[in-house]
Design a binder for this molecule. Structure first.
Ligand SMILES: NC(=O)c1ccc[n+]([C@@H]2O[C@H](COP(=O)([O-])OP(=O)(O)OC[C@H]3O[C@@H](n4cnc5c(N)ncnc54)[C@H](OP(=O)(O)O)[C@@H]3O)[C@@H](O)[C@H]2O)c1
Length: 307
């Protein structure tokens, strides 16, 4: 049995990882009371006690706007905890998969997907905290082939907080909704991302990950790209198609400059996932297909989501 410690078991990725756990893995999934990432001592102790073969660090302070207000807490959870995890895993000898974000990039490229080793230049506190975590892991575990940074984007799932639920709740409350149309990224199913995490853990030859890419960075998003506006339109249309929405909703595209948020966001943050596909010999699924599957799961549980 491979022993895996998973943080963030109540989050959308944590839940999806648990849902599709392979039979050859034993998972330990502490909740926030048992392991608080803002508590350095707890982060150190849990690794020393459990001595996992792998740590998949999914926990994070993920509210991008609130991170601007709670900067210290964001840095503790998103940057300091991964630093301690990397040091402790180095002592214990296991591998670390750190889930990172497209928001480590500034989005100035506009139309060319980001490759794994491109310059990071985060625009907000959340992105900066994820960048500092990446730096620590590369510094501490660099050369050991045990530190993997897995960047992803715009996560969606039938669980918790994400853009799908935000839109479905707005559809219930309003008839006309304005949505930002000048930020481009790619929605990504937590199930596809979870499958990749389990593939990493079960990869016989870990050297393959570091072969063309000594920093151990992998990118994973679903296929395609879109704006928040087109994403919202697709949620509306597919929800109508499957019977999750039965009223007319008008969506109006607006510019980011017309929708003030506390945190600045990149205009373009599409990730180039070719390297990951080649290493694992896999292909991606178009984001609209995964979105439809997730909406169907939400439909089955619509009462528990109060929709
Ligand atoms: N969501 C996205 O669009 C997106 C995009 C790119 C990358 N990512 C990255 O992907 C990973 C998974 O994201 P997600 O969407 O699954 O996140 P999520 O649904 O917001 O879940 C975050 C998890 O972290 C836990 N957590 C927060 N503060 C904690 C603390 N102090 N100690 C212990 N646990 C704590 C939460 O526990 P509670 O529920 O108890 O608070 C929850 O289980 C994160 O690393 C995130 O940065 C996310």
């Amino acid at each position: 049995m491979i022993k895996i410690l998973i943080t963030g078991n109540t989050g959308q990725l944590g839940k999806s990882l648990i849902d599709i756990k392979p039979d050859n893995c034993e998972i330990i999934t502490p909740n926030k009371n048992e392991l608080d990432l803002s508590n350095s001592k707890q982060c150190r102790n849990i690794i020393n006690e459990i001595k996992p073969d792998w740590l998949i660090n999914c926990a994070a302070f993920t509210n991008v706007d609130a991170a601007e207000i709670k900067k210290d807490l964001t840095m503790k959870i998103n940057a300091n905890a991964p630093n301690i995890f990397a040091k402790s895993m180095k002592e214990q000898g296991g591998g670390l998969i750190q889930i990172s974000s497209d928001y480590v990039f500034d989005g100035h490229k506009r139309n060319q997907p980001y490759k794994v080793n491109e310059k990071r230049n985060p625009l907000n506190t959340y992105g900066y905290s994820k960048f500092k975590a990446e730096e620590s892991i590369q510094d501490i575990l660099g050369g050991t082939k045990k530190g993997i940074i897995l960047r992803t984007s715009w996560l969606i799932s039938p669980y918790g907080k994400n853009f799908i639920f935000k839109m479905l709740r707005l559809f219930n409350q309003k008839n006309t909704i304005q949505v930002v149309a000048d930020q481009i990224g790619c929605p990504t199913s937590t199930f596809g991302l979870s499958e990749l995490c389990w593939r990493i853990v079960n990869l016989k030859n870990q050297d393959l990950i570091f072969k063309n890419n000594k920093n151990g960075v992998l990118h994973w998003s679903d296929e395609g790209q879109t704006s928040w506006f087109e994403f919202a339109k697709t949620i509306r249309d597919l929800s109508q198609e499957i019977g999750l929405l039965d009223k007319k909703i008008e969506l109006i595209p607006i510019k980011s400059s017309a929708y003030k948020t506390t945190a600045k966001r990149p205009f373009y943050s599409v990730l180039d996932c070719e390297n990951t596909k080649n290493i694992f010999n896999i292909s991606g699924v178009f984001w609209k297909k995964n979105l439809k599957d997730i909406l169907q799961k939400i439909l089955l549980n619509r009462n528990s989501h109060h929709l």
